[in-house]
Ligand binder design. Sequence first.
Ligand code: GLU
Length: 554
Amino acid sequence: MTNKELADLLLPNVDSDITKYENMYPERNLDEKAIVTRFAPSPTGFVHMGSLFQSFISRKAASDTNGVFFLRVEDTDQKRLVENSVKGIVDDLKNFEIDIDEGMINEEEEKGAYGPYIQSKRKEIYQSFVKYLLEQGKAYPCFCSAEEIEETRLLQEKRKQRIGYYGRFAKCRKLTPEQIKEKVEAGESYIIRLKSHGDFEHKIKAHDLIKGALEFPENDLDVVILKTDGLPTYHFAHLVDDHLMRTTHVIRGDEWLSSLPLHLQLFETFGFKTPKYAHISPIMKEENGIKRKLSKRKDPEAAVSFYHEKGIPVEAVKLYLMTLANTNFEQWYDCNKDKTLNDFPFDFKKMSSSGGLFDVEKLMNISKNYISRLSAKQVYDGLVAWAKVHDEEFYQTLIANPEYATSVFNIEREQKKPRKDYSCYSDIRELSWYMFPDLYDKHDKEYVFQTISDKQEIANVLTLYMEKYYHEEDTKEEWFDHMKDLAQELGYAREVKEYKENPDAYKGHIGDISLVLRIVLTTKSMTPDLYDIMRLLGKDTIFERYHSWIEGNQ
Ligand code: GLU
């Protein structure tokens, strides 16, 4: 029986003409340096930080080189499928503004000329490649049961030998065509294995874009390439897909590093050009001085929902991811304040081969700086989008008067040293509710006075301010002069300096007076510019709050 006859017996209705696919998916017509890469998740749920990081880098590498970034869904493990998970993945990428050039766009549809982009729809293609290998005598059927494989494993363990289906442990490799025929005709079920030509004693060299030069023993495992359900294993699908989709760079988690010798062998077996590999180390976290992998279970920041709930702007998350990805990014960004992430040239060589350390505090700091550089309108728009999903009440307040809300966020913004009190959108309500009368009315008010805490004295300050020194049309300078006059009239120094030089001559200084006016108006001892706050709130609101405090504290 020839290999061809054997192949026909094993995969009867499959066409082994793989050149057909070579023609269907021609080399891409791109610049020589263009990176074609992909994000290839299993549809087991949502994207987490590690895979977000990976897709972010892949997108960036493709964009920097006018290449292509596509989304391929790897659902060959039908046991692990989760309903609607393609949508989850697509939405997660969209929410982080990681655009795909090709690939799945929802559960059913896709875009691009190199599809299908979901592996379960590529069965025919994989089988064609498997049949081609069978015809070449480079693959064979294996009839071993799970029990037999387990027995071999136990034996290998006992003898302290390498685990796996190789050499003399590869029982079915030795079956004659006649024996195979007999088993097939008897209805025995089988899988297809690669007939590895490797020698474990032989060392091969490989290069990884992140890890550098590597050396491995050559693969000699006869790995499964086609399972009983007719679908390929990851290894074989990787070969077929990344070859036909003309992937130039495989950027993936370093849990796949140990499979690299096998993957290189598969490409070699077919005579296909190998892609370049970049194996990303997992994101790490330091806890009590001990480094460990960022964990979906233990670390809330490992879930992408964390960023949405907190309202950290997407761009800030990306800036942080880039600091994790390339150690030189932060300095570059500091020196290029007018530039954006798009202008930064990503470099695989500058990636940590041991894994970046995730630091939420640093992320929040980056976000704070990022928000401080936004215009009031941008803050308003970002906040509205966030509140729409996460804080309905605030959302209604914001959209009721966009102009007013924007002015609130414009206090001490759009200037050389802008305010830096918002780390994320979820901070803003707590830091600004007193500017919105409807929120103010509903909010609990607790006043913690400092230097002036005597109720009568506080009432004196408020009363005199309203009666004599509040002038609606005051410029900032005039207002400040009036504040000084108020201080003076009540026995406080006009300047802090004066007070410091002669503390016994005064009850306090101008700062104590303005603090009282600030606390009663806002309940807070720290706010942005009081003059701006007063201008926006207007006379009626100011007087109402002052009067009501006085009445409540008589
Ligand atoms: N489906 C594989 C995973 O989720 C993809 C690895 C790769 O990018 O090749 O780990």
